[in-house]
Write a protein that binds this ligand. Sequence first.
Ligand code: CO
Ligand code: CO
Ligand code: CO
Length: 322
Amino acid sequence: MQVLKDLPLIQHPDLLVGTETGDDAGVFRLQDNLALVFTMDFFPPVVDDPYDFGAIAAANALSDVYAMGGKPLLALNIVGFPNSLPKEILGDILKGGYAKAQEASCLIVGGHTVDDEEPKYGMAVVGTVTPGQQVTNAGAKPGDRLVLTKPLGTGVITTAAKQGVASDDVLQGAVDTMATLNQRASEAMMQVGPHACTDITGFGLMGHLEGMVRGSGVGARIHLDKIPVLPGVADLLAKGVAPGGTHRNLSGVEAITQWHSNVSEEDKLLLCDAQTSGGLLIAVAPEKAEQLLAELQARSVEGARVVGEITDGPEPRIEVLP
Ligand code: CO
Ligand code: CO
Ligand code: CO
């Protein structure tokens, strides 16, 4: 982010992952065999149902620990809530968050609430990882396969729901995928040993891939026909439904992206769709790709696919094939 450039660069012999690589969590070594993973995330409601919103926000906050290959340990609630709304709504948001934290075996040990015109919810999360085993977005190597573990389209669907044009089934599909923890995907990844990983959130697949490509000094190729997509998304895109953030993401990656002439404007928006609590994007050595898919399948991570590969650098460049 632009404003971060003016802040001092934080360095310390035990700081294993700081801000340089653009990762969403810091990793700090406490002992030779123990490091902390520390991250936080919060945002306004993406869906109307308070319990679902709480579950999604918690799954999203926990995700950055999973993307680093860590295990969540403790969390603190971060809450903004208007005095004018019934307190039961806040209670339901928190119940959704607690359910997800429990599923993650992560203890919520407190939190803080401020009066805020628009509700907001999320968590600061502390996790653990073995030093040296943390996964960043900066280790991808040419030839690596790119594996995506959740389908795209949650930004398009939640925007459609706000406009009243998403069917209940289509919305439920998006809620289910957003509320799914990246825990099992992370366990599968750590079983195999990846080169790099990031979770897909607000910058979309292309924006987060750009982060990996820049962090690793490589390029990438994406195969549109391999991309897993939520049901209903293609129809909504054809009707012109896409969030503002998705359009901004597309402008943001244009300079480094080479789109094949058969890739449509809607396809580009799909690949740039701003996700909430999206899947992991894992760069893995080619000879390990099949094993990773098998480990994911064994943990019921449905819909994980090889969607592309890492190419030679040093320029950050992403090629998108139909
Ligand atoms: Co984050
Ligand atoms: Co992240
Ligand atoms: Co306080």
